[in-house]
Ligand binder design. Sequence first.
Ligand SMILES: Cc1cc2nc3c(=O)[nH]c(=O)nc-3n(C[C@H](O)[C@H](O)[C@H](O)COP(=O)(O)O)c2cc1C
Length: 210
Amino acid sequence: MSEQSDYRATALSFLKHSLEQLASALDDRSRRQARFLSLATIACDTDEDELPRPTARTVVMRDWTSAPPVWQFHTDRRAAKVSERSLSHQLSAVFWDSSSQLQIRLLGTASECRDAAVVHKVWNDLGARGQQSFWRHEAPGTGLAHPTALTFAKTVEAAARGDESLVSPHFMLVDVAVSAVDCLSLADDPHHRVQGQWRQDGWEARWVAP
Ligand SMILES: Cc1cc2nc3c(=O)[nH]c(=O)nc-3n(C[C@H](O)[C@H](O)[C@H](O)COP(=O)(O)O)c2cc1C
C-alpha cells in the first residue's frame, strides 16, 4: 500500500490525517487562509419567546493541540460571541483548506484561557498595532456617528513604548475543547467523509456518506 493511500485505510487514520492537515496549516504561510475559521454560536440578544438564532463570523485559529483536542482564538471580551450566554452553548467552527480540499467541522465548548504566561505570549506576539483594537473604548457593535469616530485608551506609539506585560482588560484568549469533528475530503473520488467523537483519551471514528 502506498504511503498516500495508507491514511485512507481506516476511518481513524483518515481522521487523524485530516487533523494533521489542520495543525500544519497553522505554521504554513502558503496556507494562511486555512487559519480563518467560520465560527457559529447561538445569538444571545434574542427575547425569551424568540427561536434561538445562529450567528457566524470569521476568527483566526491561533493554536491547535491534538490530545485532548483544543483550538484557540482571541477576541475582545465585550464581543457578542463571547457573552456569557453565548459561551454557555456549544460552538461550531468550520475549517476549509483549499490546497488539500479538506473541510473540517469542529464542535466544542469554550472557556477563557487563564494561563497568564500563555496570555502574555499571545498578547506580546500581536505587537503594538495588533494590540490597538483592544485599547479601544467603544465595544464591538457600538453605534458610531462615523467609521473613524473611535477613541483609544492608548495610541499605537504609546502601546509600543509601554509596559509589555500590561494586557488590555478587553483582551480575551478562548480555548475551545473539541468534542466532535466531521472531516470531508473533496480530493478523493468519491469524496471521503469521516465523523469522530473524542472519548476521554482518543478518537472514535466512522465513515459516513459524503
Ligand atoms: C479575516 C478575518 C479574521 C478575523 N479574526 C478575528 C479574530 O481572530 N477574533 C475576533 O474576535 N474577530 C475576528 N474577526 C472579526 C469577526 O469576524 C467579527 O466581525 C467580530 O469579532 C465581531 O463579532 P461578534 O459581534 O459576532 O462577536 C475577523 C474578521 C475577519 C474578516
